[in-house]
Design a protein around this ligand. Structure first.
Ligand SMILES: *Cc1c(COP(=O)(O)O)cnc(C)c1O
Length: 400
């Protein structure tokens, strides 16, 4: 009996779902009947977060008011939540502080990196394919520090490094193509050149192991509203390797990172440790929504997330190859696992219109100009049947 490709793939999806160790984490999220493949842009809502946020608003703010800075742990939230993110990115405690946006943290990290690199080093190397904000801020940071900006393709970073390189800002995963860059090797090369590495983890944290401590990364930043499901505009984080904390000289020294914040001194004296990365009063409502959202990671090894992510993206590519006629789409995402993040980017004609129709039919990805369909796979709540359905709807949409 010959079966259709669709029946075969559906059967395969059912088997993969049945064997999925992470299948039960999906119940912790609020998801209706859509296939949500946009968690690389805004993660879904964990179901327990609204009640926790309501408690923060009604009780902590409404009843305890000013006492909550102390009694509800508001003041220490940036470091405490940093320590919850730490194991997800391979960092020991005391090196991550949560606050501000990724854009602002890129600025802090990059200027601090140039200051650490010291005299005679006056070039900033930046990933030429970077997310725009990183490029804009690198350009401004270069101007402010008297450096020359050198945008280079990540594949050519090694050739660009030299005695004059101060800092190197790279993305762990390319936001457009989903390409995973070789963080261990590139970090080692930057170190060997005597420069300071700054990694943007927006598209890797929560999707794959990062190994910040293990690989000797100097500084790193990332957002929390993508794979970490912190909510729209939830605060970002800044990692400062322990060995660099004493020489981390923030370009935004606010009262929150003062050694004695309530001393109200005229002269700035930085606090010890990661909290040097703090600036002003933290955004408590967003920050505590994030803290609640991080509960879904309890007992979830990031290695299991990575294994499922690769299985999902493999399976999606397999279904797309089986369903979409040759030439209908072109994958920009590398086939090799060691070069793939947790998304699949497909190029096709009329991509904006194709994505609009996909969303209408309950398959939510996003469109990046001029011609890219992005599908983010969040292993905590995307399954294999979802993945098969997404490929099926895509093939139907393209054939219309
Ligand atoms: C999402 C993303 C950002 C977002 O920066 P915000 O300051 O949060 O707007 C920055 N860099 C990269 C690589 C991203 O993917």
């Amino acid at each position: 009996m010959s079966e259709s490709p669709r029946a075969l793939m559906a059967e395969k999806a059912a088997k993969l779902d049945a064997a999925d160790e992470l299948a039960s984490t999906r119940e912790q999220f609020v998801l209706d009947d859509v296939v949500y493949l946009d968690g690389n842009s805004l993660g879904a809502l964990p179901a327990h977060v609204p009640d926790r946020v309501a408690d923060v608003v009604r009780r902590q703010w409404g009843e305890l008011r000013i006492r909550s800075w102390d009694e509800s742990g508001w003041w220490t939230a940036p470091e405490r939540i940093g320590d919850r993110i730490a194991p997800l990115v391979g960092a020991a405690p005391g090196q991550i502080v949560v606050g501000d946006s990724t854009s602002v943290n890129v600025f802090k990290a990059l200027v601090a990196a140039v200051r650490i690199a010291g005299e005679g080093r006056d070039e900033i190397v930046v990933d030429a394919t970077t997310f725009p904000t990183d490029g804009y801020i690198a350009e401004s940071a270069a101007r402010m520090t008297g450096c020359t900006l050198r945008p280079v393709d990540p594949a050519r970073v090694r050739e660009a490094l030299g005695e004059r390189t101060a800092a190197v800002l790279l993305n762990h995963v390319d936001y457009r193509t989903g390409r995973l860059h070789d963080l261990p090797a590139l970090t080692a090369a930057v170190r060997a050149a005597g420069a300071v590495s700054v990694w943007d983890l927006c598209h890797s944290a929560g999707a794959l192991p990062v190994g910040l401590d293990e690989h000797g990364v100097d500084l790193a930043v990332g957002c929390t509203y993508k794979y970490l499901n912190g909510g729209p505009g939830s605060p970002a984080y800044l990692y400062v390797r322990r060995a660099l904390q004493d020489v981390f000289d923030s370009p935004l020294p606010g009262w929150n990172s003062h050694a004695e914040p309530f001393g109200m001194r005229g002269a700035y004296e930085p606090a010890a440790g990661a909290l040097r990365g703090r600036v002003g009063t933290p955004d408590i409502l967003s920050m505590l929504a994030l803290e609640a959202a991080l509960d879904v990671w309890d007992g979830v090894p990031v290695e299991a997330v990575r294994a499922k992510s690769l299985a999902l993206t493999d399976f999606f590519l397999e279904c797309v190859a089986a369903y979409v006629p040759q030439g209908g789409v072109e994958s920009l995402t590398p086939a090799a696992h060691e070069e793939r993040g947790s998304q699949v980017a497909l190029r096709c004609a009329d991509a904006g219109e194709v994505m609009r129709r996909l969303i209408e039919r309950g398959v939510v990805g996003d469109f990046r100009a001029p011609d890219v369909l992005r599908f983010g796979f969040t292993p905590l709540y995307v399954g294999f049947a979802d993945t098969e359905r997404a490929a099926r709807v895509l093939a139907d949409t393209l054939s219309r």
